[in-house]
Ligand binder design. Structure first.
Ligand SMILES: [Zn+2]
Ligand SMILES: [Zn+2]
Length: 338
């Protein structure tokens, strides 16, 4: 085996990712080394690269929707060699702070995130804390499993926070919404998709997934919604979504970053409407969601890119050039037999 690997590296926010050759990383105490077969591209990666999130570790290898095979173990790492694992956004939580003790490790004061504080999956190999790796269902191949690891499971945390809403609005119909719409339909909910005004291809994509109604994010739904989830990072959608939900309804903000929310009249919130955000994930979310994903036949729309085209994949995401999820294939399982 080669002692080097290729990685796409961000030197400083606002610059382009550059291909580097690096020494193969050596797993420390409790860590596994994973040969990355697929890593999906998340909007959060774009926020890291564009400098919209504070204090990333630099230089950093982005990517936190990683599927791969454990190929080396550090001392005490509890995973079998050859295991197929998923590495999500939550790379470490302390287990001791107030939040961790309450079962809210997603809010841990000392949390470290993959592809932000810890080198991620835009590389042929990466390291991970064995305790924070997820076991994966065998129902989908690596390329179609990768988007489940953030779009899917943070989307799922949003869906749970939306409560028992029967009429559910989804603002921003990208990677997360296309997975969550399918699960929500299986649960018997009625989906209202809101796309960028005039984005005919996003509207057609939403329609192809059997949503009940599709409209522009500047339109009112035909009837009041029980809840809405915002996946688009646009603050001006918050008052619009509040206006679209009934009394007692809920608006869940699913993104890690959003442009400023404009001021709005109190009556949009009044009537016991609730506005909340979802931050990160817990390992329990991951296990629950992946179990669900193994039961439902999810249709995952992916667009494969070579590792060295990671910057193109990010640019295409920013420009809205594809529907579904972009996925990098650093060591494509189909072209490289173990
Ligand atoms: Zn903690
Ligand atoms: Zn993500």
């Amino acid at each position: 085996m080669s002692t080097q690997m290729r990685a796409m590296v961000l030197q400083r926010p606002g610059s382009s990712l550059k291909l580097e050759r690096r020494a193969l990383p050596v797993p420390a105490q409790g860590q596994v080394r994973v040969r990355v077969t697929a890593c999906a591209v998340c909007r959060t990666d774009l926020h890291v690269v564009d400098g919209e999130l504070p204090d990333p570790t630099l230089p950093i290898v982005p990517g936190h929707e990683i599927v791969g095979i454990v190929d080396a173990l550090g001392p005490g790492a509890d995973r079998p060699l050859g295991a197929r694992v998923g590495i999500p956004w939550l790379g470490y939580a302390c287990g001791r702070c107030e939040y961790c003790r309450r079962g809210q490790e997603n809010l841990c004061d000392l949390a470290r995130f993959t592809g932000y504080h810890l080198d991620g999956g835009y590389a042929e190999y990466t390291l991970a804390d064995a305790r924070f790796c997820l076991s994966l269902p065998g129902t989908l191949d690596d390329e179609h499993t990768a988007p489940l690891l953030c779009a899917g499971l943070i989307g799922y945390r949003c869906l749970v926070k939306a409560g028992d809403a029967r009429r559910l609005g989804l603002y921003g119909f990208g990677a997360a919404a296309h997975l969550i719409a399918q699960i929500a339909r299986h649960q018997g909910r009625t989906i209202y998709a809101f796309v960028r005004p005039g984005d005919a291809s996003a509207a057609a994509f939403a329609r192809s997934l059997g949503v009940h109604w599709v409209g522009g994010s500047d339109e009112a739904p035909p009837e009041p919604l029980d809840a809405a989830i915002l996946f688009a990072p646009a603050g001006e959608l918050v008052p619009r979504a509040l206006a679209a939900v009934r009394k007692g309804g809920r608006v869940v903000c699913g993104g890690i970053h959003m442009s400023p929310i404009p001021s709005f009249p109190y009556e949009l919130l009044w009537g016991e409407r609730e506005l909340l955000s979802v931050a990160n994930l817990t390992r329990a979310d991951g296990e629950q969601f992946l179990k669900l994903a193994a039961q439902y036949p999810l249709d995952v729309e992916t667009h494969p890119y070579a590792l060295e085209d990671a910057q193109t994949a990010l640019d295409d995401l920013r420009a809205g050039r594809y529907s579904g999820a972009a996925v990098l294939l650093p060591t494509d399982a189909r072209s490289r037999q173990r």
